[in-house]
Design a protein. Structure first.
Length: 251
C-alpha cells in the first residue's frame, strides 16, 4: 500500500529531530605560544557550535613550511603578520580573510623565585644559560633578540643562549632548569605565580601582532569559517585577554 504524503513528511521530520546535529571539523595550525588559549577557545567553540577544531602546534616558521608542503591545514593562527601575508602572496591563503587576533608580550622568567629582579638581571653573572625560541622561525625568539640588543646585552649573552625550536620548548628549558632563565611568552605563565619574572617593556621590541588567515584548503568548509568568526567574538576575546595578550580594536 503506498505511503501517504503526510506520513512521509512526518517521517522526515522525525528523522531530522532524532538524527545527529550537522557538524564538521576544521584543521587549525596554531603557533606554539597560543597553545593553552587555543585549546580553551576550541573547547568553547565546540560547545557553542558543535564543530570541532583539530589543533596542531609548532613554531610559526615550521607550520608555514608544512603549509607549503600540502599539510591539511585550513586555518593558520600565526605568531606574526609576515607568514599570513606570505600565505596570501604565495597563493595558500584566502584574500581578505586575515586579521590580528592577539598581540603577544615577552617576559624574562626563571623557575628560581630569587633570580629575576628586572632588566639588570641580564647584566649579572648569576646564570650560565638563557633560553629563547629560535629567532629564525619563532617571532617570540626574534623579539627576545631584539630586546637584548635594545638593552645592549646581546653580545655579552650570545654564548649563553640556548634555543628551543619554538617558544614551548624554550619554556620547557626554563621550567626544567636546563636554563636558569629565559624569554617566554607572557601567556605561558599567566595565572602562575611560581618563579620570578620581569615583563619586558614593549618599547624594546616590535609588537608581536599575531595574525590569523583562512587557507584555501578551508575555503569551502563551514567549520573553518565559523572558527575564524568565533575567534573574533567576545568569548574568544575573554580567553585571549585571560592569557595576557592584547587585543586590537575592530576585530
Amino acid at each position: 500500500m503506498p505511503i501517504k504524503t503526510g506520513a512521509i513528511a512526518a517521517l522526515v521530520v522525525a528523522n531530522l529531530l532524532s538524527g545527529p546535529a550537522l557538524a564538521d571539523q576544521t584543521n587549525v595550525a596554531v603557533a606554539a605560544n597560543f597553545t593553552q588559549a587555543a585549546k580553551e577557545i576550541a573547547a568553547a567553540f565546540q560547545a557553542e557550535t558543535g564543530h570541532e577544531a583539530v589543533l596542531s602546534f609548532g613554531s610559526t616558521g615550521q607550520l608555514y613550511t608544512q603549509i607549503t608542503q600540502d599539510a591539511p591545514f585550513e586555518v593558520f593562527l600565526a605568531a606574526d603578520t609576515r607568514r599570513p601575508a606570505r600565505a596570501l602572496a604565495d597563493g595558500f591563503g584566502v584574500e581578505g580573510s586575515d586579521f590580528t587576533y592577539a598581540v603577544g608580550k615577552i617576559v624574562l622568567w626563571s623557575a628560581d623565585a630569587a633570580l629575576v629582579k628586572g632588566g639588570e638581571t641580564l647584566d649579572a653573572d648569576g646564570f650560565d644559560r638563557i633560553a629563547i625560541a629560535n629567532p629564525d622561525t619563532a617571532p617570540y625568539g626574534a623579539a627576545a633578540v631584539e630586546a637584548m640588543k635594545g638593552l645592549g646585552v646581546y653580545d655579552m649573552l650570545e654564548a649563553k643562549i640556548v634555543q628551543g625550536n619554538n617558544i614551548a620548548q624554550a619554556f620547557q628549558f626554563v621550567e626544567t632548569g636546563n636554563a636558569e632563565l629565559g624569554f617566554v611568552a607572557k601567556s605561558q605563565i599567566a595565572g602562575n605565580d611560581a618563579g620570578s619574572r620581569w615583563e619586558v617593556p614593549s618599547e624594546l621590541y616590535t609588537p608581536i601582532r599575531q595574525d590569523a588567515v583562512m587557507l584555501k584548503k578551508g575555503a569551502d568548509n563551514a567549520a573553518a569559517a565559523a572558527f575564524l568568526d568565533f575567534l573574533k567574538g567576545p568569548v574568544a576575546d575573554t580567553v585571549i585577554k585571560k592569557y595576557g595578550y592584547g587585543i586590537e580594536s575592530g576585530n
